[in-house]
Design a binder for this molecule. Sequence first.
Ligand SMILES: [Zn+2]
Length: 107
Amino acid sequence: MSIYGYFNCHDCRQMLWLGKALHDQRGVFGYHIGTSDEPPHWKRDLLNQVLWKFIAEHTSHRIDVRLEHEMTEEMFGYQDIGGDRDNDVTYENYLATGAGSNVNDKR
Ligand SMILES: [Zn+2]
C-alpha cells in the first residue's frame, strides 16, 4: 500500500502533492510520482520549478511536509497545485502567476 506525502502552507492553505513516500529502515527518505520507471523528482523540470516557487512564495510561512495520515480533512481541502478540483491550479498556471498572487484568502 502506498502512503502519500503533501507539502503544505498552512497560512495560504495551499499544498503540493509529493506522491508516494519512499521508505527504508530509518523511515521516509523521499517521494516519487508514478511507476518505478518514471523519472525521480529531481529530473522533472516542471515539478522542480513548481517546488522552488512554492518554497520562495511561502518563505517564513507555516510550511511542512506530512504523510496522508498526518493530514486533516481541512488540509485536504487546501488548494492543490497540480490537482484537478475546481479550486486547484495546474502546474502551468501556478508558474504563470506572479509571487503573492495566490487565489486563496490569507487568514
Ligand atoms: Zn504561504
